[in-house]
Design a binder for this molecule. Structure first.
Ligand code: ADP
Length: 571
């Protein structure tokens, strides 16, 4: 028999990789090890870039954010047992934020279940609360179909995290090349997206009539509108009707914060007094005070646009429009075009919002203009804001996390472009920063990424700066951090100290640029190129820097560095 040519064999690792590549997957985040190293190698051979992390948690955050930024599921690959459990952080983050993501984990040999196998865990049960859809492939023949199913469920309908379980015995199975190809072709034919109900013309007419007859209408939009890429349709709607708008934190930038109809700086007035609110791709959850009084008027009529019918059933709005945000807003625009209306600048509601916004902006500017030493939150935030604004287009992707750092950042940092702000999100997840930076840099290699982080938030995943360096910027990462030494809680002080005395500084980090009150005191003119060893020698002290710091130094940094991480010393 040895004289006859053997048919070419394909194993499960190769078939998973090939199925992913066929579906257009070109990036994968994760941590390799037994039993998925072969899978990662095969994926790389199929042109999929593998971005290796220190920990599955950050890799999962990256995969979820990559899904949000690109609109295509981000993939996280983990080993079995603990690897899968670490991956749950990212999976749950994707589910909570309604972002498309797929977790693929190896799992222990099916034949040894119940015998205490290496890393044995019922992973399908473990992922259940955190996944939209999950499936275990129990045989190589199921692979193409399972891969396409998880991708299609993750990316269609309301996006979310899905899970694919690959037992190690299945990973070793093989089939012939011809069988594999046939399975792939058959499974491709079976692919289907989750169905979405098509909104009716009469519902659109009703929505337009509600908006037209409102005295104080408001348009609210969020992450769902961002993922639908509804920015142009929303701009048209806002500008033809003259209705003020309010973005949610990550909806910021779909229309520029600087737009004259932006109600961001008059948020309390806008939501407290509006009588009709068109809410596009944003849940009436805690971020929007559940749509309840006293934040909202008790008489407000909500028109909700959401791809998820259950979401509309849950909120019981005056009118629910199920569908893709972009398509529904375009239908509304078309209906308005038949009989246009525009509030105009002198409309009492528009005037009230505009007046309140201006007042609040002026108040904030007065605070920002003060150079407070030692730093409060506002002074460094203003410096960062001015530098970002000065960069023009494309605007950097801003990653913002921390407690006060994020809150102040949301108010001060200006967003002018869609999907350019990533923060702790619906789940209020801390530690997402580095993963999000990496996802942003991978999704948009030509854009600058600026992370403005509290040092506590940063500390959660600080080690991933190394991944950032190796995977994203082989020319060297420049890390800018400042240690304010004010308001430090025990947690952040710990992070700060371990970071500054060198224990946490990755070997690959070529230079660490510290902007700290103490540091300024000693070397105010050398701030931009401080060798790492200098930082290691630096010992935090309780003294505060007493002099006015140089604004120019900070701004120059923005132009010199490929990517910047600002890390406040205040949690
Ligand atoms: P935010 O945090 O910005 O308020 P949420 O995450 O709470 O936003 O809400 C986003 C909503 O958008 C979810 O209810 C989700 O079902 C919905 N959504 C997701 N994709 C789309 C889409 N393409 N069109 C319309 N709605 C969408």
């Amino acid at each position: 028999a040895d004289n006859y040519p053997q048919p070419l064999l394909v194993d499960t690792n190769a078939l998973v990789a090939r199925s992913l590549a066929r579906a257009g997957v070109d990036r994968m985040f994760g941590v390799v090890g037994i039993p998925v190293t072969g899978l990662a190698n095969r994926a790389v051979a199929h042109g999929i870039r593998f971005i290796a992390f220190h920990n599955e948690q950050s890799a999962g955050y990256a995969a979820s954010a990559y899904g949000y930024l690109t609109g295509r599921p981000g993939i996280l690959l983990t080993v079995s047992g603990p690897g899968c459990v670490h991956g749950l952080a990212g999976l749950s983050n994707a589910l909570a934020n309604a972002w498309p993501m797929v977790l693929i984990s190896g799992s222990s040999d099916q034949r040894d279940v119940g015998r205490g196998d290496f890393q044995e865990l019922d992973q399908i049960a473990a992922v259940k609360p955190f996944s939209k859809f999950s499936v275990k492939a129990t045989n190589i023949a199921q692979i193409p179909s399972c891969v396409f199913q998880v991708l299609d469920h993750a990316g269609s309908g309301r996006p979310g995290g899905c899970y694919l379980d690959l037992p190690s015995d299945v990973l070793h199975q093989t089939m012939t090349e011809a069988e594999a190809e046939k399975l792939l072709i058959d499974a491709e034919k079976e692919r289907k997206q989750e169905g979405v109900k098509i909104v009716s013309n009469s519902e659109i007419e009703k929505a337009v009539s509600l908006l037209r007859n409102a005295e104080r209408p408001l348009i609210v939009f969020g992450k769902g509108a961002a993922i639908a890429r509804a920015e142009h349709s929303l701009k048209k709607l806002v500008e033809t009707t003259g209705i003020p708008f309010l973005p949610t934190p990550m909806g910021k930038g779909l229309l520029p914060d600087t737009h004259e109809l932006a109600a961001t700086a008059a948020r309390s007035l806008a939501i407290g007094k509006c009588d009709v609110a068109l809410v596009v791709g944003a849940r009436l959850n805690w971020l929007l005070h559940f749509g309840d009084p006293p934040k909202w008027s008790k008489d407000v009529n909500f028109i909700l646009v959401d791809i998820c019918e259950e979401e509309i059933e849950l909120r019981k709005p005056c009118l629910g429009l199920v569908g893709d945000a972009k398509e529904v807003v375009e239908m509304i625009n078309k209906e308005i075009k038949e009989d246009p209306f525009c509030l105009g600048k002198s409309h009492p509601w528009v005037e009230a919002i505009s007046k309140k916004s201006k007042e609040n902006v002026l108040k904030m500017e007065a605070q920002l203009a003060k150079d407070v030493v030692p730093f409060n939150f506002l002074t460094p935030m203003r410096i960062i804001r001015d530098a970002i604004v000065g960069m023009g287009s494309p605007a950097p992707i801003v990653v913002s996390e921390g407690a006060n750092t994020m809150d102040v950042g949301r108010a001060v940092l200006v967003q002018t472009e869609p999907r350019a702000r990533l923060d702790a999100g619906t789940w209020g997840t801390m530690g997402v920063g580095l993963g999000y930076c990496i996802a942003a840099a991978v999704a948009s290699p030509d854009r600058l990424v600026v992370a403005v982080e509290g040092d506590s938030g940063f500390g959660f995943s600080a080690m991933e700066v190394e991944c950032f360096h190796f995977a994203i910027f082989p020319t060297g990462l420049n890390l800018v951090t400042w240690f304010g030494n004010i308001c430090c809680n025990a947690n952040s002080r710990l992070h700060t100290t371990s970071f500054t005395d060198g224990r946490l500084i990755p070997s690959s980090c070529k230079q660490l640029i510290a902007i700290s009150p103490n540091f300024f005191k000693h070397s105010v003119n050398q701030v931009d190129l401080i060798p790492l060893r200098r930082i290691i020698q630096w010992t935090p002290s309780t003294q505060h820097f007493k002099q006015h710091h140089s604004k120019r130094v900070h701004i120059r940094l923005f132009y010199q560095l490929r990517s910047i991480i600002f890390c406040g010393g205040f949690g």
